[in-house]
Design a protein around this ligand. Structure first.
Ligand code: ADP
Ligand code: ASP
Ligand code: MG
Length: 602
């Protein structure tokens, strides 16, 4: 007999009939001898409805009252599901987050779970009862015992946290699609079901817009080695397994407060090639990286950022041994890269062998403002200048002067209290034949902010991102460009980043307020962006993945506004109205589309 945690999302409990169907499924699990803890979301679109009610009253509802309001949705569904179980003759009891003792930080609307008390759960399980727990909610650790919520989509996180705390055999997430698919089937009906995915890949996908799992749920599953399965509540198909490497044992206190950073990684065997002042039009990146792929040159980081006038810069890194060949490729195509024959701007190729790449990695940085800022300020305090910056959801990478590398490792290990490793870690758990691209995702909820003419000296990125963190703005993708410009005799670089659209006005105001003191140029916001990404562990060693993605986009005439990569993902920012076309093109280009259309339940 095993203990199983089952979570049913909003659409799985959207009607009385659905609640009764769920009750039967739960009862069937009990009938084969298992103990079951069920976590449920609010019925259907209840939470959206409550958000709308609040918005009809005020555009600035207090976060405490939002929690008071939204937590009611789950209280309805736990009671109804429990009644449905009892009507089947199954002993059951419903419990709110507070009644269980799901203790969280006092951060309303985005609380992290600190601890889950298991005494009452164990007692009811011993009594042979099914326990139906309200997802998405908890109770603060403060003496006032405030009701908190975990953030939209947070019931997944409640379920996996309960599974970790109870050492359940499996955590099953039941939803309205057959499992985790190669992309969102509502946008690309040909998306295909995967049998399995690594937690590293799923973490990236979930943070890049695949809302089938809350990223924090994946983080907990990875940290505690919870067996996690996503499947349909409509069928008996096995669904998708999320595979984690066996974790180091860790305490259950501070459950979601694990260190934000697991490791400091560095690589001194890389060199950088930058193409400056290339035309800003579709097809340029495809051509450059297509050429590099033809020569089997595997690139690591790729960074393209905002541009002034009608030119762009693209920089990439690769192992030093390949530098000469890569430089030759870049130099050979540079003269052909002009807007038109009359154009006198010359693309310029720059190489740098004296660089090191240094990264901080860890799933705990997701949605936690200030981690990148801490990295930048630690480097700044040691007088280390940052050249390029590229971030993913679970990693921040900077290139620095190779002579600074040892010092950088030391200060970062001190700052984040971790050890260093020369090679990226955490990619274990994938089987040897890991696909180059496992899945694709689209995020249309972000805005791009560009700061021009940031003085090129240690500490600037640190100041800017520290300020944003202090104002609670969580920054997503950060890109610092290659090009240096002299502005009033001072070398400057541009920095661009993306934030949630809702945070864009605050982010702009915060940076503008500091512009005079920090000597920054204009701050521009672009709301009409979409981020399209591909993720796959196999891309680490496969040349040509970026080239294939850029080619697919250029064939649709789509221009790239920003590019940022990590070892296992490539993200491109494009115009918002091209987002879905971009996602379909990329999904097709990697052969992810199948012939069958995936059924999505409504
Ligand atoms: P629930 O209410 O069960 O938590 P959600 O709406 O939060 O369900 O998540 C399921 C939805 O996630 C699917 O209906 C689908 O539209 C979307 N989705 C986005 N990306 C993916 C993906 N890669 N695989 C499966 N579903 C996805
Ligand atoms: N009901 C909450 C929401 O819609 C939590 C969840 O469904 O996971 O965000
Ligand atoms: Mg969900």
């Amino acid at each position: 007999m095993a203990l199983i945690v089952q979570k049913y999302g909003g659409s799985s409990v959207g009607t009385v009939e659905r609640i009764q169907a769920v009750a039967q499924r739960v009862q069937a699990t009990v009938a084969i001898g298992h103990s079951v803890v069920v976590v449920v979301s609010a019925m259907g679109k209840t939470t959206d409805g409550l958000v709308k009610l609040a918005a009809d009253i005020t555009d600035q509802p207090s976060r405490r009252e939002m929690d008071m309001l939204l937590s009611t949705g789950e209280q309805v569904s736990i009671a109804l599901l429990t009644m449905a179980l009892q009507a089947l003759g199954q002993e059951a009891i419903s419990l709110t987050g507070a009644q269980v003792g799901i203790v969280t930080e006092a951060e309303h609307t985005r609380a992290r779970i600190l601890e889950i008390k298991t005494e009452r759960l164990q007692r009811h399980l011993k009594e042979g009862k099914v326990i139906v727990v309200a997802g998405f909610q908890g109770i603060s650790e403060t003496s006032d015992l405030e009701i908190t919520t975990l953030g939209r989509g947070g019931s997944d996180t409640s379920a996996v946290a309960l599974a970790a705390a109870l050492q359940a055999e499996t955590c099953e997430i039941y939803t309205d699609v057959p499992g985790i698919l190669t992309t969102d089937p509502r946008l690309v009906p040909e998306a295909q079901l995967m049998d399995e995915i690594t937690s590293d890949e799923m973490l990236e996908l979930a943070s890049l817009g695949a809302k089938v799992l809350h990223p924090r749920a994946v983080e907990i599953a990875r940290n505690y080695g919870v067996t996690l399965v996503v499947r349909s509540s409509w069928t008996d198909q096995p669904g998708t397994r999320v595979i984690s490497p066996r974790p180091q044992p860790r305490p259950l206190e501070g459950l979601e407060l694990a260190q934000p950073v697991d490791a400091v990684e560095f690589d001194t065997d890389q060199a950088k090639v930058a193409l400056l002042r290339i035309p800003d039009r579709p097809g340029i990146a495809a051509r450059l990286f297509g050429e590099l792929a033809t020569q089997a040159l595997n690139v690591d980081l790729i960074i393209q950022s905002i541009h002034e006038g009608n030119t762009n810069d693209i920089a990439f890194t690769l192992v030093k041994a390949n530098l000469t060949r890569a430089e030759a490729v870049a130099a050979a195509i540079a003269p052909a890269l002009r807007n038109n024959l009359a154009d006198t701007t010359q693309a310029e190729v720059m190489v740098d062998q004296r660089m090191a790449k240094i990264s901080i990695a860890g799933a705990g940085m997701i949605g936690r403002p200030g981690v990148a800022a801490k990295m930048f300020s630690s480097l700044a305090a040691a007088g280390i200048n940052i050249q390029l910056i590229s971030t993913s959801e679970v990693k921040v990478s900077c290139t620095i002067d190779v002579d600074d590398c040892d010092r950088a490792i030391r200060v970062l290990c001190d700052a984040f209290e971790v050890t260093s490793s020369p090679r990226p870690q955490g990619h274990t758990g994938a089987n040897a034949a890991a696909p180059v691209v496992r899945g694709a995702a689209l995020d249309t909820q972000q805005a791009q902010i560009a700061i021009r003419h940031v003085p090129d000296r240690p500490g600037m990125a640190a100041r800017i991102f520290q300020l944003l963190a202090t104002h609670g703005v969580s920054v997503d993708m950060i890109i610092q460009s290659q090009r240096c410009r002299l502005v009033r005799g001072q070398a400057t670089r541009d920095i661009a980043f993306t934030v949630a659209q809702a945070d864009a006005p605050t982010a702009k105001a915060v940076v503008e307020a500091a512009a005079a003191e920090l000597n920054l140029g204009d701050v521009a916001v672009d709301d009409a962006i979409a981020k399209v990404s591909v993720v796959g562990t196999g891309m680490i060693d496969a040349p040509g993945v970026a080239a294939r993605m850029f080619k697919a986009l250029s064939e649709q005439g789509i221009n790239l506004k920003m590019i940022a990569t990590s070892e296992i993902k490539i993200s491109c920012v494009v115009a918002e109205d091209e987002g879905i076309t971009a996602l379909r093109a990329v999904h097709n280009a990697f052969g992810l589309a199948g012939l069958t259309r995936t059924v999505v339940h409504v």
